[in-house]
Design a binder for this molecule. Structure first.
Ligand code: MIG
Length: 673
């Protein structure tokens, strides 16, 4: 059941698609305080209550005991003390005896104090008492999630090739660089479906341009890659270069499509291209105009994109640059003394801070509104521009789109990647935990930069990370330009990588089926064990294993030098290990705690009893996958069924009943396994 409450004058975010009537009474689940400090929601917390949700945030799956702040931020150094990352997912779930979901539909900065100030209080607060609050009750956390997801609309469905493995790196510049990557993979028989193009493909970092010197005939190059069954996926940045003669800039100025300053002039920002303007994505006309620009690249054969820097990430503005320069002048005019060092060192932070959000404005379809009120919608609306355009540009075939920044509602238009992580073991664990929370908020098509974006990866870290990436819908290896080369063929024994990534393709009939079914049924693809076994106290405390679809449990290894790990089985399951010979080892296991041995080049998983997996033979790309000839793997003590979703992977007719097949497995098959 959903109860909706409205306070003040909420800004329309478009997060909720269901028409719900507003309650007249006060919220039942907590106290509301509205005063000069703004809006506060307070609810007592029982000792046992776990808190879930909040999507893209640091720390564990149970979010209790910290202060999280939704204020989208380019956070390329996220340790466990950061309060905000790239996205605002203001949905939380409480595991009370009557489980509860709360969604705060508010587009500015909002804080979730989950037992940080006082262990027994949930305090949600924001500056303006203009928002909608939704209370969702239901039988279970999973059901509340489904209700929430129905309320916010069906999740984006990516083309099937985008569930293949992709290689990315900031620093591939020209045709040869891309050819080298593709050859490296194909030569070593490591599967590959996509290579990502970072900002260097553009001319002077200008969106929707291609550097002709690096790509003399881009269209031809795209089809050359297509022949090798490779999709090229270019990046699009939020900021538009200020340059005379650059059509996107000139059109934007002429039509008034950019954000404006206090005086109503186009607001000066800076990003990779130097001085930029930021399109006013909160305006429907701007969205339509910008969305249509993607056509420039789809016309050349491109069918996938990633949207970056859309928190928005601004290096500096005219004002902050002038202020910093002024302070430096003062600094230089005085004799050097020790304390001034800190003044100077701190200056870099003054280039960009949330203070700049107060300096510019949007025209939200007729209403002028300051950016700080709608900050968290920016990346969402950029990706909405793309998603809505794709429905016109390519009505029949799906296009891949994922974003760095998001807000709830954006999950209908595209996926997200989890931002600039590091090649740290702790970020592999963060990836596992964050993915569960993102699923609660509707972001099913998601994944982290496998191997880690910043700093140097290790072969062991990359292999372990890939063995988890095998299960995430977005499976992409990405790294920053100044780090160690992270393509799989650059490490010893590339066949180990071929094997691990190959397992992804063997599992794809199941993974794709569960992914699309989860989207169509407003369900979660990944779930914490607490959602499936709420009465099992041990299961509720597990933070490093996930349920995947109906039949699977994943138990990644995320510590260095481990030859395996402890796992907790909440029921009898079949332990399955994909080993490099191509064989599959299986072992029936009792409910309880076990130690499993897993080599660096092996992929472990568990199948619930009387569930089974349809497996394909390994392939080097999605289009080569043979899905007519499937092997069924499971521990069967009674006749069991699996509902397989299978379509061509390209068209958008998801609802056709023809896409479903029922597979059955009986006890006689191979002695129960
Ligand atoms: O300021 O385009 O998160 O994936 O490689 C960094 C360069 C800009 C940030 C993205 C990252 C990408 C990088 N970008």
């Amino acid at each position: 059941m959903i109860r909706k409450y409205s306070f003040g004058h909420p800004i329309e975010t478009g997060a909720v698609v269901q028409d719900l009537h507003c309650e007249k009474d006060k919220p039942r689940t907590g106290k509301i305080r509205i005063d000069e400090k703004g809006f506060t929601y307070i609810r007592p917390l029982e000792k046992e209550t776990a808190i879930y949700g909040l999507g893209e945030t640091v720390r564990g799956i149970n979010k209790r005991g910290w202060q999280y702040v939704s204020e989208n931020e380019d956070q390329s150094f996220h340790m466990e003390d950061v309060r905000s990352l790239y996205s605002a997912h203001n949905f939380i779930l409480l595991s009370d005896s009557e489980p509860l979901g709360l969604f705060f539909d508010y587009s500015g900065r909002i804080s979730f104090d989950t037992g940080y100030t006082r262990a027994d209080r949930l305090i949600v607060s924001c500056e303006h008492a203009d928002l909608c609050l939704y209370e969702i009750t239901g039988e279970s956390l999973r059901e509340i999630c489904r209700t929430f997801r129905k309320m916010t609309g069906r999740s984006y469905i990516a083309p099937k090739w985008a569930l293949g493995y992709g290689q990315s790196r900031w620093g591939y510049e020209r045709e040869e660089d891309f050819r080298k990557v593709v050859d490296g993979y194909r030569k070593n028989h490591i599967p590959l479906d996509a290579v990502y193009m970072d900002i260097d493909y553009m001319k002077a970092y200008k969106d929707f341009t291609i550097d002709q010197e690096k790509f003399p005939d881009f269209k031809r190059f795209v089809s050359e890659m297509k022949e090798k069954k490779i999709h090229l996926v270019p990046i699009i940045d939020a900021g538009i270069k200020q340059e005379e003669g650059y059509d996107v800039c000139e059109e934007g100025l002429e039509m008034g499509y950019f954000c404006t300053d206090r005086e109503g002039r186009p607001f000066d920002t800076a990003c990779w291209p130097g001085l930029t303007y930021h399109p006013d994505f909160l305006n429907a006309k701007t969205r339509e105009w910008f969305g249509n620009k993607y056509r420039i690249l789809t016309d050349l054969g491109i069918d996938g994109f990633w949207n970056d820097m859309n928190e928005p990430s601004v290096f500096y503005t005219k004002r902050t640059m002038e202020e910093v320069r002024e302070k430096m002048r003062k600094f230089l005019s005085k004799p050097a003394k020790e304390t001034a060092f800190f003044e100077l060192a701190g200056l870099t932070e003054e280039f960009s801070s949330p203070e700049i959000y107060k300096d510019f404005y949007h025209d939200m379809d007729g209403t002028r509104i300051c950016h700080d009120r709608v900050h968290n919608l920016y990346g969402y609306m950029m990706t909405r521009a793309a998603g809505e355009a794709f429905e016109k540009i390519s009505p029949d075939r799906r296009i891949l789109i994922f974003s760095r920044s998001s807000y709830i509602g954006m999950h209908r238009y595209g996926g997200i990647w989890q931002g600039d992580n590091k090649s740290w073991w702790s970020h592999l664990l963060l990836n596992i935990q964050m993915t569960a929370s993102l699923n609660m908020c509707g972001f099913l098509y998601t994944g982290a930069d496998l191997g880690g974006f910043g700093s140097d990866t290790g072969r062991d870290l990359l292999l372990r990370w890939l063995a988890f990436g095998v299960f995430t819908p977005l499976m992409r290896n990405h790294s920053a330009f100044n780090t160690r080369n992270q393509e799989c063929y650059n490490f010893e024994n590339p066949e180990d990588f071929a094997h691990v990534i190959g397992v992804r393709y063997r599992l794809l009939p199941y993974l794709y089926s569960e992914y699309v079914k989860a989207a169509l049924k407003d369900d979660m693809y990944f779930r914490p064990l607490a959602f499936d076994y709420p009465m099992d106290r041990m299961a509720c405390g597990i933070e490093d294993q996930l349920m995947l679809g109906e039949g699977l449990m994943v138990t990644p290894i995320y510590t260095q030098n481990a030859d395996g790990r402890y796992v907790y089985l909440p029921e009898e399951m079949l332990f399955v290990k994909f080993i490099p010979s191509g064989e599959i080892e299986t072992k029936r296991m009792e409910k309880g705690i076990h130690y499993i041995h897993v080599e660096l080049n092996e992929v472990p998983l568990f199948i619930r009893k009387n569930h089974f997996l349809p497996l394909a033979a390994a392939a080097e790309c999605v289009d080569d996958l043979d899905e007519e000839d499937l092997t069924l793997l499971g521990w069967i003590t009674e006749k069991s069924e699996y509902l397989l979703y299978h379509d061509d992977g390209y068209t958008r007719d998801y609802e056709t009943p023809d896409h479903y097949r029922i597979l059955t497995m009986d006890t006689e098959d191979a002695g129960g396994i």
